[in-house]
Design a binder for this molecule. Structure first.
Ligand code: GLN
Length: 273
C-alpha cells in the first residue's frame, strides 16, 4: 500500500483517540521507515515491505489503546534534544521548557553547581548542562530505573552526574547555587489522571492537594542553597499562590510567579537571602 493511502486510512482509526491523528501516524510511520516525518511528504507513492507494515500496524494498535506516542517510538524532543523515554519516566512536557528559558535568561556561564530534583528522563538537567558547559549539574531521582534512562540520555556530557535519592537528602547545607525541579504535583483525585495512565504515577501525583512533594522540596532546597542561591519549581496551574506562600514561609526573598506560553501560572522562583 502507498504511504499516503496508509496514512489516511490509519489516521481515521485514531479519530476520537488522538487530537492529532494524522501527525501521530506520520510520526509512527517515519519511525518504522527510519526517516524524518517530513520525508513522507515527498514520497507519498513509496510502498512498505511486509515487515514494515506489520511493525506499523502494531504501533497503531498501541496508539488505539491510548498509549502515548512518545512511549511507542521511545523518544520525545525537549528543548534542543531527543530524549529516550520509557514508562519508567514521565514524558517531558513543552511547558517545562519554561524552566530552561528562565534559568538561561537569569544566570550567566559563571561556574556554578546545580541540582535537578526528580530528574526522570534527565530532560532539565541535560538541557542545562548542554547549554552551560561551565556548570556542574547533578540530576537526582529516587527511581534507579529512571536514572538509567537519564544516564543514557546524558551520555557525552562531562559536566553532568546522577544521584539516586529523595530530593536533596544527603546534600550538604549551603552548598548549591541553583536548584530546579519539576516534581509530581497533580492532585490525587484529579480527573486529568485518566488520560495519563501509562505514565509513572509517582512522577505525577503528590498527595490529595498535589503539593506534598513541593512542601518537602521548598524547605529542603532552602537548606541546601548558598546565600544568593535560586530555587525554581514547576507547579499546577491552580497552585501558584500556595507555592509562593511556601517559598515565603521557608525564608525565600524575591519570590516570583511565572506564567507559561499558554498563560497558565507554571513556575515559582525565589532567592535565599
Ligand atoms: N504537567 C503534567 C501534566 O499535568 C504533570 C507533570 C508533573 O506532575 N510534574 O500533564
Amino acid at each position: 500500500m502507498r504511504t499516503d493511502v496508509l496514512l489516511s486510512l490509519s489516521s481515521l482509526k485514531l479519530d476520537g483517540i488522538s487530537d492529532t491523528p494524522l501527525l501521530d501516524c506520520q510520526i509512527m510511520l517515519g519511525h518504522v521507515l527510519g526517516k524524518p516525518r517530513e520525508w513522507l511528504y515527498g514520497h507519498s507513492d513509496a510502498t512498505l515491505t511486509d515487515t514494515e507494515t506489520t511493525c506499523f500496524q502494531q504501533m497503531l494498535t498501541r496508539r488505539q489503546n491510548g498509549e502515548p506516542i512518545a512511549y511507542i517510538t521511545g523518544t520525545r524532543s525537549f528543548w534542543k534534544r531527543e530524549f529516550m523515554v520509557t514508562p519508567a519516566v514521565l514524558i517531558p512536557r513543552p511547558e517545562t521548557e519554561l524552566i530552561i528559558d528562565t534559568v538561561l535568561e537569569r544566570l550567566d556561564d559563571a561556574s556554578i553547581n546545580v541540582l535537578d530534583l526528580g530528574t526522570g528522563s534527565g530532560a532539565i538537567a541535560i538541557s542545562l548542562a548542554a547549554e552551560r558547559t561551565t556548570w556542574q549539574v547533578t540530576g537526582i531521582d529516587n527511581s534507579g530505573e529512571a536514572l538509567s534512562i537519564a544516564r543514557l540520555n546524558g551520555e557525552g556530557l562531562l559536566n553532568l552526574d546522577w544521584l539516586e535519592g529523595s530530593w536533596c537528602n544527603g546534600i550538604k547545607a549551603a552548598s548549591v547555587d541553583l536548584i530546579v525541579s519539576n516534581p509530581p504535583y497533580v492532585e490525587e483525585g484529579d480527573s486529568h489522571l485518566d488520560q495519563l495512565t501509562f505514565e509513572p504515577v509517582s512522577a505525577l501525583t503528590s498527595g490529595p492537594d498535589g503539593l506534598d512533594a513541593i512542601r518537602d522540596i521548598v524547605p529542603a532546597g532552602y537548606h541546601c542553597l548558598k546565600t544568593g542561591g535560586l530555587l525554581i519549581v514547576e507547579h499546577g496551574y491552580r497552585q501558584q499562590p500556595t507555592v509562593m506562600s511556601l517559598f515565603d514561609a521557608a525564608g525565600f526573598k524575591d519570590v516570583e510567579g511565572l506564567v507559561d506560553l499558554q498563560g497558565n501560572p507554571r513556575l515559582v522562583l525565589g532567592k535565599k537571602p
